[in-house]
Write a protein that binds this ligand. Structure first.
Ligand SMILES: Cc1cc2nc3c(=O)[nH]c(=O)nc-3n(C[C@H](O)[C@H](O)[C@H](O)COP(=O)(O)OP(=O)(O)OC[C@H]3O[C@@H](n4cnc5c(N)ncnc54)[C@H](O)[C@@H]3O)c2cc1C
Length: 393
């Protein structure tokens, strides 16, 4: 059987894309490495995802937002950015913003669960798990993928949502700009005695960064970014030592802090594909753009990109056209690159400056925060970009 679309990867990007095509009349096959049980009940992975206003709207349109328990959604009321040892901070508030929130923090595993619950019952989507796409090739009519067990599957269009380390992207000859920051993000949850008042902190301390993001209750998501050689040491600290270390680095602002659950580590490698499509092949999610988490935009871009591609595909179906043509895919690429490139290079620029510890850079870091704080038009642009309060789609 030849499918209309074969999606590689049932992560949040692959699942949301399949769900966006619910009423398209297209036959979709998803191939996923992990098990059906893992998709149905994804385990917590330490990632708490800050969703923008646009993302919430897109998740609502997919009926997935409604599936996330309200008590697990935490509004971000204010965000403060600090530099080095200085108490000065750049501040973004949520005045005049819908819902009095800059964005919403939601555990990644609940996003995955909600999307899977939406996709599993769809009659036009089939999910094959416990196998990987090993290789693929395309011609003028479509593509063929070879699975680990030697079987093959055919489709008119192949869509890769197989992570920032996408094997299919390489196989299809799409190059990518890649930055290995040689750093690791250690993420975990901590409870604390004092309330966070829904304030998110990004502290660009010297030698490491510390983000403290407000979750529901007296709970915060902690993201520590350090050089790789320090990461293991921090992950292996005794709980008591770790608690005290974070509490002190945050100036005891949240009172006593205690680790809840595991510490998870993620290597920080950012990737931007130089093209988002090839013959009968398209990239979405992290396979297209894998962001450094400091601006919290990876999944936000992924969600937006899959919606753009799905919209172009649905348009071509309604015109009775072939869904896998260069015209359809190039339109997706044009629209999505316009969004991803400034965010990707802007984020890498921020990381570059705010992790540069040479004396002139330290001065520039201070100046940058003051400029952003004191020039309302600049502040507004940054805020709109980061929160996607009123983006053009
Ligand atoms: C610490 C951290 C914090 C983050 N915080 C935020 C945030 O606040 N806001 C935000 O928007 N984003 C954030 N992100 C980014 C976000 O988590 C990712 O952008 C998102 O998970 C990417 O989804 P995806 O579906 O593209 O890829 P993935 O989640 O990587 O999923 C890829 C899927 O493909 C499968 N797969 C891979 N290869 C194959 C193959 N060959 N065959 C079959 N299946 C395959 C995998 O098993 C997996 O299920 C953060 C990331 C990290 C690491």
């Amino acid at each position: 059987m030849k499918y209309d679309i074969l999606v590689v990867g049932a992560g949040p990007a692959g699942l949301s894309f399949a769900r966006s095509l619910k009423d398209s009349g297209l036959n979709i096959l998803i191939i996923e490495k992990s098990s059906m049980d893992d998709l149905r009940n994804p385990a917590p992975d330490g990632r708490e995802i800050a969703l923008t206003h646009l993302s919430v709207q897109l998740m609502q349109e997919l009926d997935a937002w409604q599936r996330i328990p309200a008590e697990s959604i935490s509004p971000i009321g204010e965000a403060k950015v600090l530099n080095g040892n200085s108490p000065y901070f750049l501040d973004f508030d949520s005045k005049n913003v819908a819902g009095d929130a800059l964005g919403y923090l939601v555990p990644n595993y609940l996003i995955r669960k909600a999307l899977f619950e939406e996709v599993e019952p769809l009659t036009n989507v089939q999910i094959v798990t416990d196998t990987v796409v090993e290789s693929l090739g395309t011609n003028s009519q479509g593509g063929v993928v070879k699975l680990e067990n030697g079987e093959t599957r055919e489709a008119t269009l192949i869509v890769a949502a197989d992570s920032r380390f996408s094997v299919t992207r390489r196989e299809m000859g799409i190059s990518a700009s890649m930055t290995d920051f040689a750093k690791t993000a250690i993420v975990c949850r901590m409870e604390h005695d004092l309330p966070h008042e829904q304030v998110a902190y990004e502290c660009f301390h010297y030698g490491r960064t510390l983000a403290i993001l407000p979750m529901a209750g007296n709970l915060s998501s902690i993201v520590i970014t350090v050089h790789n050689e320090l990461a293991e040491q921090i992950s292996n600290m005794s709980e008591k030592q770790f608690n005290l270390d974070i509490q002190q680095r945050f100036g005891n602002q949240l009172g006593e802090m205690r680790l809840v659950g595991e510490r998870f580590s993620y290597p920080l490698i950012a990737v931007h594909a130089n093209k988002f499509f090839a013959n009968r092949f398209a990239l979405i999610g992290d396979a297209a753009v894998g962001m450094h988490p400091v601006t919290a935009h990876g999944f936000n871009l992924g969600l937006r990109g899959q919606a753009t591609l799905a919209r172009e595909i649905v348009r071509s179906v309604s015109r009775g056209e072939d869904i896998g043509t260069r015209r359809v895919l190039a339109k997706y690429e044009r629209q999505h690159m316009r969004v991803t490139k400034p965010m990707y290079w802007g984020t890498n620029g921020i990381v570059g400056l705010f992790t540069d510890e040479r004396p002139p850079a330290k001065v520039l870091r201070n100046i940058a925060l003051r400029i952003a704080n004191n020039l309302p038009p600049i502040k507004r642009i940054i805020k709109n970009r980061l929160t996607e309060i009123s983006p053009t789609r």
